[in-house]
Design a protein around this ligand. Structure first.
Ligand code: CUK
Ligand code: CUA
Ligand code: CA
Length: 638
C-alpha cells in the first residue's frame, strides 16, 4: 500500500508540473486512480503525452465524472443519515456508497449497539435505538481538514458522537446535559479543533425537573463546548431564544448561531410573530475567561459550568436579522458569517472582522456588522462556497440553487449598481443543505456541488408512498453550474462534508493495542486469558465467558456448554492479518451478531435463556468454507 500511494503522489506531482492548467490537472488526477491499479504502465500511458488525459469523458463544466471500475475516487464524502442515525461514506465524484458507519442507530451487520464495545461507547443512551444525525464535520488544523475525526450531532436524543477516521468507527459519544435536541454542530477551525460546538435547539426549564412546566418565559436553551479529545462537555452558555444552525470562524475567536424563535413561542404562529429574530455571536475568549474566573453557575445535577450569555451579557451579541433564519455558514475566505433567511428571500452577511469592535462597544448598532443582505430568491436555507468568491445558496421554495458573488453583493449593498446573482439552477426538488468540495475549509476547490434535495417526486422508479431523497451533483468548475448526476438517498441526509482522499489515512487492519477494544482485553487478562492465543471458557458464578480465536475458516471453539439462565459473553479475536478478511459471529435465535475484522477483538453478552442446541456461524463471507465456519452452544436445562 505505501508504495502504491507514493507512486500515485509522484505521478500527481509530475502531472501538475507538466500541466499546471486546471482542466489538465483534473483530467490527470482521474487517471492517477487508474495508475493505482495498473502501476507504471499506466503512468507511461497516461502521463507520457500531456494531451492524452484530455480524451477522457467529462462533465459539461470540464470536470471528469467518470470513475471506471477499479479506479479510486478523488474525494471522501461523508453524508449524515438524518433520522436513520448513521453516517454514509461516498466516493466523490462516482457517488459509489463505500461504507455506512452506524452511530446513533443499531446495526444488524456490524453489531453496533449489540457488542460490549459499542455499548460502552454509547453509555446510558444505548437504550435508544434511534438517532437524528444532521451535521457531520471533519476536524481541523489551521482551517484545513486534518482527517483525524468526524463529529456529528443527534437531534433526537441530545447527543454528540465522534468517529475515528483511521478505522471509520464511532469511538466516543456524549449526552449533553441541560439541553434538548442538539441541532447545529460545528467545530473550532483554528488553531485546531479543540472544541466541538453544539446548539441545544429547544427551550426548556432549567433545570428541567418538573418546575415551570407551562411557563415558557422561564425556558432557556444552552450552547455547549465539548472537548474534541476527551469528549467531555467543558462549558455551556445560556442564551435567549432558541438555537438552530451555527458555524465558527477561521481564527478560533468567534462562533455564531441562528435563532428562529426569539419570541420564545411554543406554537408555530407564535414562532413567526416577530419581524426579526437574530444571530447570536459567541466570544469564545470571554466565555473561557468567565469560566476561569468562576463567573458561572451549574444546573441540576450536572457540574458543567454554565455562563450567562443572555441579552446584555459580555460574552454574546445578538444581531437582528429578518425573521426565522436557518442555515449559518462561514465563507471560506474567513470574512463572513452568512445567515440564510428562510422566511425572508435574503441572506445576511455578517462581517467577522467587525466583531472585535462590536464586542468592544465601538459600534452604535449591532446591525453595523452587516456587510450586505442580498436578496436571492424564496426560501434560502444553506450556503456553500467555491473558493473563488462565489457563494451557492439553496432556495427551498424556488427549488433552485443560486450562485452569487459575495464581493458584488457587498458593493450592491453599499449603493453601487452591480448585479451579484450569477446563475439560478433548477434542482429536483426543494433543497435543504448544499455542499461543495472542501467548502468547510480554507481549501475550497470549487469542483463539485451537491444539492441535498428533500423531495425526489418523479426522478426515480416508484417505490410506494415513501420516496427517496435526491442528492444532485453539480459541476461548478466552469463558469456555469451544470447538473450531472442524481443520487437517491434514504432518510435523510441533512448535510455532508467532502474532503480530499489524501486528507485521510486509514488502517487496513486493527492494531492489537487499539483502545477500541482495550477494556475487553483487560477483562481477558483478569481471567488469565491471552486472547491472541487462547481458546478458553471461564465460569464465574452464573456468568460464562467464552474466549475464542478465529482464523479462516475456523473458530477456535466449536462447542461450549452453559446452563439455562447463564449470562454468556463471547469474545472473538480475529487472528487473520490479511486486509479485507473480516469474520463475524452470529448466534442463531439470540439476536447476537457482530463483525470481527482482521486483528480485532470483539465481544458480545447475552442471556442463554432457552435450553437446547444453538448453532453459531460466521456471517461475513471469508473463505470457500465460510458456510462451514461455526459451532454449537449447548444449553442445559436449569
Ligand atoms: S438542518 Cu436539515 S436542511 Cu439540521 Cu442543517 Cu437545514
Ligand atoms: Cu469467517 Cu465467514
Ligand atoms: Ca421567529
Amino acid at each position: 500500500m505505501p508504495d502504491r500511494k507514493k507512486e500515485i503522489d509522484k505521478a500527481k506531482e509530475e502531472a501538475v508540473a507538466e500541466n499546471p492548467g486546471r482542466r489538465k490537472f483534473l483530467g490527470v488526477t482521474a487517471t492517477v486512480g487508474a495508475l493505482g491499479m495498473t502501476g507504471a504502465t499506466g503512468a507511461g500511458l497516461m502521463l507520457g503525452g500531456s494531451g492524452k488525459a484530455e480524451a477522457r469523458s467529462r462533465g459539461n463544466g470540464g470536470n471528469d465524472i467518470h470513475v471506471a471500475p477499479g479506479e479510486l475516487d478523488e474525494y471522501y464524502g461523508f453524508w449524515s443519515g438524518g433520522h436513520s442515525g448513521e453516517v454514509r461514506v461516498y466516493g466523490v465524484p462516482s457517488m459509489r456508497e463505500i461504507m455506512r458507519i452506524p452511530v446513533f442507530n443499531h446495526c444488524s451487520a456490524s453489531g453496533w449497539g449489540m457488542t460490549d464495545e459499542s455499548k460502552r461507547i454509547m453509555g446510558d443512551s444505548h437504550r435508544f435505538t434511534n438517532g437524528d444525525a444532521h451535521h457531520p464535520h471533519v476536524s481541523y488544523t489551521d482551517g484545513s481538514h486534518d482527517g483525524r475525526y468526524l463529529f456529528i450531532n443527534d437531534k433526537a436524543n441530545t447527543r454528540v458522537a465522534r468517529i475515528r477516521l483511521d478505522v471509520f468507527k464511532t469511538d466516543k459519544m456524549v449526552t449533553v446535559p441541560n439541553a434538548q435536541a442538539i441541532h447545529g454542530l460545528r467545530l473550532q477551525k483554528a488553531p485546531k479543533t479543540g472544541y466541538v460546538f453544539a446548539n441545544g435547539e429547544y427551550i426548556i426549564p432549567q433545570p428541567n425537573d418538573g418546575r415551570d412546566l407551562n411557563d415558557p418565559e422561564k425556558y432557556w436553551t444552552l450552547w455547549s463546548a465539548i472537548d474534541a479529545e476527551s469528549m467531555e462537555v467543558k462549558w455551556q452558555v445560556m442564551v435567549d431564544g432558541n438555537l438552530d444552525n451555527m458555524d465558527a470562524d477561521y481564527t478560533g475567536k468567534y462562533a455564531a448561531a441562528t435563532c428562529y424563535n426569539s419570541e420564545k413561542a411554543i406554537t408555530l404562529a407564535g414562532k413567526m410573530r416577530a419581524e426579526r429574530d437574530w444571530v447570536v455571536v459567541f466570544n469564545i475568549e470571554r466565555i473561557e475567561a468567565a469560566v476561569r474566573n468562576g463567573n458561572f453557575r451549574t444546573i441540576g445535577d450536572s457540574d458543567v459550568p454554565v455562563v450567562d450569555g443572555r441579552k446584555g451579557s459580555e460574552v454574546t451579541r445578538y444581531i437582528p436579522v429578518p425573521k426565522n433564519p436557518h442555515g449559518l455558514n462561514t465563507s471560506t475566505d474567513g470574512k463572513y458569517f452568512i445567515a440564510a433567511g428562510k422566511l425572508s428571500p435574503t441572506v445576511t452577511m455578517i462581517q467577522i472582522d467587525k466583531l472585535d469592535d462590536l464586542f468592544a462597544g465601538n459600534l452604535s448598532d449591532e446591525r453595523d456588522v452587516v456587510a450586505a443582505e442580498p436578496e436571492l430568491g424564496l426560501g434560502p436555507l444553506h450556503t456553500t462556497f467555491d473558493g473563488r468568491g462565489n457563494a451557492y445558496t439553496t432556495l427551498f421554495l424556488d427549488s433552485q440553487v443560486v450562485k452569487w458573488n459575495m464581493d458584488r453583493a457587498v458593493r450592491n449593498y453599499n449603493g453601487e449598481d452591480v448585479d451579484y446573482i450569477i446563475q439560478k439552477l433548477d434542482v429536483h426538488y426543494q433543497p435543504g443543505h448544499n455542499h461543495a468540495t472542501l467548502a468547510e475549509s480554507k481549501d475550497a476547490d470549487g469542483k463539485w456541488l451537491f444539492s441535498l434535495n428533500k423531495f425526489s417526486k418523479d426522478r426515480f422508479l416508484p417505490v410506494g408512498p415513501l420516496h427517496a431523497e435526491n442528492d444532485q451533483m453539480i459541476d461548478i468548475s466552469g463558469d456555469e453550474m451544470k447538473l450531472v448526476h442524481d443520487t437517491p438517498t434514504f432518510a435523510e441526509p441533512h448535510d455532508a462534508v467532502i474532503i480530499r482522499r489524501d486528507q485521510i489515512t486509514t488502517s487496513q487492519i486493527w492494531r492489537r493495542d487499539d483502545p477500541y477494544f482495550a477494556e475487553t482485553i483487560e477483562m481477558a487478562k483478569k481471567d488469565g486469558v491471552n486472547v491472541d492465543r487462547d481458546n478458553k471458557i471461564i465460569r464465574d458464578g452464573n456468568k460464562v465467558r467464552v474466549y475464542m480465536t478465529s482464523i479462516a475458516p475456523n473458530f477456535g471453539i466449536t462447542e461450549f456448554k452453559v446452563k439455562q439462565g447463564d449470562e454468556v459473553t463471547v469474545v472473538v479475536t480475529n487472528l487473520d492479518r490479511i486486509e479485507d478478511l473480516s469474520h463475524g459471529f452470529c448466534l442463531v435465535d439470540h439476536g447476537v451478531s457482530m463483525e470481527v475484522s482482521p486483528q480485532q477483538t470483539a465481544s458480545i453478552t447475552f442471556k442463554a435463556d432457552k435450553p437446547g442446541v444453538f448453532w453459531y456461524y460466521c456471517n461475513w463471507f471469508c473463505h470457500a468454507l465460510h458456510m462451514e465456519m461455526g459451532g454449537r452452544m449447548l444449553v442445559e436445562k436449569a
